[in-house]
Design a protein around this ligand. Structure first.
Ligand SMILES: Cc1cc2nc3c(=O)[nH]c(=O)nc-3n(C[C@H](O)[C@H](O)[C@H](O)COP(=O)(O)OP(=O)(O)OC[C@H]3O[C@@H](n4cnc5c(N)ncnc54)[C@H](O)[C@@H]3O)c2cc1C
Length: 432
């Protein structure tokens, strides 16, 4: 089948990879001039397979009023005359309960472990290079209560106990000496040796390079915007683009936050809203003062990953609409935090700043689904975990397109279960 994938971010490229592998003839189209220039460009770099808890957590709501008053808070809200913003917030709040959180974690864990297997195949069997490291992750706590409840959680779940270890302050320092730079209030951490990290943009580039090679190369149409999907006889017959119209047998929407507007005219209303985040990449000057492990500063909600000769520092979730402009105060907060924690090992006067829009569903579960249009599929809404989940979601959507059984349960990733109350569901999956 001739399949067009809309979006050359990590999700679209991973989708193209498995579709090509399964024998399809694939075209990838993106309005940007190069691959990986959307949200996949400079994210936190964490392949966070075992930290898949969604933002929608019962503990979040009581913290919101305090965050609203705090200038450097991890979450910022700018109310807008935008129904989709309020709808998303209402559905997000509804998802902030223990049952929904548990449901999301239970669905995401097999998906992330599937992703890990596939990403490891890309590294070991395909030789894709993207500064990949199995360096493990240390989630660092600055308050005793937070550390105690994280420790209790591990002890209560035997499947985690074999993979995660609670370490007191001294053990954290012994494992990762750079934690000394984080200050005297660090009380302990949770260490997960099997977590990984890498450069998402480099993985996009490596996938694209390989997809262009071989006997069934993928066609890339970059710098070309899909303006609408042409439907005839109830099926997508062509894409209307900035360069004209071209026919296609089938289409996968993998366009991140921008896919919402493209799909709406077909009656497909995806509950995806942009959650804006920031990163800085700082050149490393003294490797001994910079963590080898990926670090999450739990209280401050900032993640650190060492990528080649840079330290990537990322965080924040701003509910401010489709605005990916660089805000000086948010970047200053990230730079100050990086400086306080690891300033002795990095250059703060030469950081590369970046902002991106996480394509977030209210529940934190992606939408990997068919639609009522029989030759249109969705691979969207990966939120804060798109780098981590892309390979697994791509495998799932390729199997769905091929009419094959999926390797893990995927019913929680349908549009109908995406936490879309108030969204139109007319076009939600009809064909399975
Ligand atoms: C600050 C920050 C930190 C993050 N850290 C992590 C992390 O550590 N680990 C992790 O797993 N995830 C992380 N994420 C999330 C991750 O980056 C995203 O989930 C992921 O990049 C989404 O990939 P995507 O391919 O869906 O979207 P994108 O990368 O945005 O790709 C979509 C592409 O579709 C194209 N497109 C859309 N519509 C059209 C159209 N009509 N015509 C043509 N082209 C179109 C766009 O140009 C774009 O290139 C982070 C995100 C942010 C913002």
């Amino acid at each position: 089948m001739d399949i067009t994938v809309i979006g050359a971010g990590i999700v679209g490229l991973a989708t193209a990879w498995f579709l090509r592998q399964d024998g399809h003839s694939v075209t990838v189209i993106d309005r940007r001039d190069a691959v990986g220039q959307g949200t996949s460009q400079a994210n936190g770099g964490q392949l966070s397979y075992r930290y898949i808890a969604p933002l929608a957590d019962p503990d979040v709501l009581p913290k919101v009023p305090g965050w609203m008053l705090q200038a450097d808070s991890p979450i910022r809200f700018q109310p807008q005359f935008d129904r989709t913003q309020w709808r998303w917030i209402a559905n997000f709040m509804k998802a902030c309960n223990a049952n929904d959180k548990q449901r999301t974690v239970a669905a995401l864990l097999p998906l992330s472990l599937l992703s890990q297997r596939l990403v490891n195949d890309w590294v070991t069997k395909e030789g894709l290079a993207f500064d990949f490291r199995r360096n493990g992750k240390l989630v660092v706590y600055r308050d005793a209560d937070g550390f105690r409840s994280a420790r209790t959680l591990i002890e209560s779940r035997p499947e985690l106990a074999s993979e995660q270890h609670a370490l007191d302050r001294a053990a954290c320092l012994a494992l990762e000496p750079a934690v000394a730079g984080m200050g005297g209030d660090v009380v302990g951490g949770i260490h997960t040796p099997s977590e990984e990290a890498g450069d998402c943009l480099k993985l996009c580039q490596a996938l694209a390079e390989r997809l262009r090679e071989g006997s069934n190369p993928v066609t890339f149409r970059l710098g070309e915007t899909v303006e609408s999907l042409v439907v005839s006889g109830g099926r997508i017959s062509a894409l209307r683009t900035s360069d004209g119209e071209f026919p296609t047998d089938a289409c996968v929407a993998a366009g991140g936050v921008e896919a919402v507007a493209l799909l709406r005219p077909l009656g497909i209303d995806i509950p995806v809203y942009p959650l804006k985040g920031y990163s800085i990449s700082a050149p490393i000057t003294d490797p001994a003062r910079v963590p080898e492990l990926s670090i999450t500063d739990f209280q401050r909600k900032i993640v650190y990953a060492r990528l080649d000769d840079h330290l990537r520092v990322a965080g924040m979730a701003d509910i401010v609409g489709h605005d990916d402009s660089l805000q000086a105060d948010r970047l200053a907060t990230l730079t100050r935090e990086a400086g306080q924690n690891f300033g002795a090992g990095i250059r703060l006067d030469a950081v590369s700043p970046w902002a991106g829009l996480r394509p977030a569903t209210p529940t934190g579960r992606p939408v990997v689904d068919a639609t009522a249009v029989p030759n249109l599929w969705l691979n969207l809404g990966h939120g804060a975990l798109g780098f981590t989940l892309a390979a697994g979601c791509a495998r799932l959507i390729a199997d769905r397109i091929n009419g094959q059984p999926r390797p893990i349960p995927d019913e929680e990733f349908t549009l109908a279960r995406s936490g879309a109350s108030g969204w139109r569901k007319a076009a939600s999956s009809a064909s399975r």
